[in-house]
Design a protein around this ligand. Structure first.
Ligand code: Q9C
Ligand code: ZN
Length: 345
């Protein structure tokens, strides 16, 4: 299986993020997540590890607002020009806004932190010097995997970091900057009927938002009930799309303690909806934070459950583009990814 990943992911390495209560914690989306996955993949007989194609901004701008992309490109350097955070240098500074727009406000202030607040949904998307480059190349991994599948591969894996499914057309959040899976799906959808299945532990609010009024791409997310978990404001069962997109989005919020059987029941229901849509290609947002050992999650899903999830999805017999999203237990991450991907080998 073709695996696309860029070494430049490590350039996105903020030292900390800010949790509820103002608690400063080391980031969960650490570069070592990718090391865990790469070393497990290297121990298989089937992983062909490749660099992403060097694409331009075009596939990214099919999903993201040009002013947001420009903000992402310049934000960190603008902050350094303004002096950055007192006592921190270029290498250790982190850009995190502290003011967010009131609902329905569409004023985009000129000031850096005005824009930062406008283009960010929370404190969990810290921007450092290398974030933009890492995020661009992460998106290119997704498009490269989409192209491999379009060229006839049964499946391809985009080892995206930073992840993408919390990023909307014009916002970052939840460790995500550009929505890799949505970019791959938009790229594919010009030629193929495309569906996205999101199995990350968190609701894929960005993906939901991007395709919410569109019937072209069916989007389904299975996740922790947002009543208790990030992204809090989206991912509820009654959100099913709007305008022409009505009926083309579905959420499956699941309770704390969800086990393999509970999860597979929800997945089976989601897969029936996908079959009824009859896509010719499937994009999967792969978050391994659904595993029982994940440090920020409360599902009880085992590695065997993950193997079954792979079999269930593979049984659709559709070409599949898998994009890495979350998953923060670096001890089990590599093994779980190899277990999931094995279903497509
Ligand atoms: N109290 C992904 O898995 N919030 N993003 C953590 C918990 C941010 C997760 C706070 C979680 C973002 C791609
Ligand atoms: Zn997640």
């Amino acid at each position: 299986m073709k695996i696309f990943y860029s070494k430049n992911h490590y350039k996105h390495h903020p030292d900390f993020e800010i949790f509820e209560g103002g608690i400063k914690l080391p980031v969960f989306d650490s570069p070592s997540r990718v090391d865990s996955i790469i070393s497990a993949l290297k121990n298989t007989q089937w992983a062909e590890i490749l660099m992403p194609e060097n694409l331009d901004l075009k596939p990214i701008l099919e999903v993201h607002d040009v002013n947001y992309v420009t903000y992402m490109q310049s934000a960190f350097n603008e902050w350094m020009q303004q002096g950055g955070e007192l006592g921190l240098n270029y290498q250790s500074s982190v850009l995190i806004p502290a003011s967010f727009p009131p609902r329905r406000s569409h004023k985009i202030p000129k000031s850096l932190f005005g824009r930062a607040g406008y283009y960010t949904i929370g404190t969990n998307a810290p921007i450092v010097a290398g974030t933009y480059q890492a995020a661009i190349e992460s998106a290119h991994c997704a498009v490269s995997a989409a192209r491999a599948v379009s060229d006839g591969e049964r499946a391809a894996f985009a080892l995206c970091r930073p992840p993408g499914h919390h990023a909307g057309k014009d916002y970052c959040g939840g460790y995500c900057f550009f929505n890799n899976a949505a970019i791959a799906a938009r790229w594919l959808s010009s030629e193929y009927k495309t569906a996205i299945l999101d199995i990350d532990y968190h609701a894929g609010n960005g993906t939901q938002d991007i395709f919410y009024d569109s019937p072209d791409v069916l989007t389904i997310s299975i996740h922790a009930d947002p009543i208790n978990h990030f992204p809090s404001f989206m991912g509820y069962a009654d959100e099913t799309g709007e305008k022409a997109g009505k009926g083309y989005h579905r959420n499956f919020p699941l309770p704390a303690g969800t086990n393999d059987t509970d999860y597979l029941n929800a997945l089976a229901e989601a897969l029936l909806i996908i079959q009824a849509f009859a896509p010719s290609v499937l994009v999967v947002s792969v978050g391994m934070d659904l595993h029982k050992d994940d440090p920020i999650s409360d599902f009880q899903i085992t590695t065997n459950g993950i193997r079954e999830i792979g079999y269930y999805i593979a049984a659709l017999r559709l070409p599949v583009v898998l994009c890495m999203e979350g998953g923060y237990d670096t001890h089990t991450l590599g093994k779980n990814i190899v277990t999931l991907l094995s279903a497509f080998v």
